[in-house]
Design a protein around this ligand. Structure first.
Ligand SMILES: CC(C)(COP(=O)(O)OP(=O)(O)OC[C@H]1O[C@@H](n2cnc3c(N)ncnc32)[C@H](O)[C@@H]1OP(=O)(O)O)[C@@H](O)C(=O)NCCC(=O)NCCS
Length: 105
């Protein structure tokens, strides 16, 4: 996502398949917003755009994950886009990963 001056505000990546450990950690979509541009709704918007792209790619059930600790902004971004929480995954170091499914209509 860029503004009128082509300054990057946010980025998103889509993983077409849940290979490796992506079913537990990472999921189909990852996103990040430039620190100075946070809390302006950009993550919510870029996730919505990525979900449209997933539909084009034929991914109809999209997994999105976030760490339980210190990532309320990401959890809210997922919930804003219709995320339904599944079982969490606990990594070897004890980090708890929240996992959400979003049905793409
Ligand atoms: C997590 C992240 C993507 C959120 O981006 P953002 O553009 O600030 O998110 P939004 O503005 O769309 O905010 C979504 C909601 O979360 C809330 N929120 C965002 N950051 C928050 C924070 N630090 N503390 C509490 N609430 C927060 C917003 O107020 C908003 O709430 P609302 O829907 O009730 O209005 C951003 O902080 C980031 O890039 N973090 C580093 C990378 C990362 O963690 N990526 C996600 C990996 S799962």
């Amino acid at each position: 996502m860029v503004n009128e001056q082509d300054r990057v505000l946010a980025m998103v990546d889509i993983r077409h398949e849940l290979g490796g450990n992506l079913y537990h950690v990472g999921g189909h979509i990852g996103y990040s917003v430039r620190p100075s541009e946070r809390r302006k709704g950009y993550a919510t918007r870029i996730l919505a755009e990525a979900l449209k792209k997933c539909k084009e790619l034929g991914i109809t059930r999209v997994l999105v994950t976030c760490n339980k600790d210190n990532n309320i902004g990401s959890a809210k971004t997922i919930l804003n886009n219709g995320g339904v929480e599944d079982e969490a995954f606990v990594e070897e170091d004890g980090n708890v990963v929240r996992r959400f499914w979003i049905k793409v209509k």
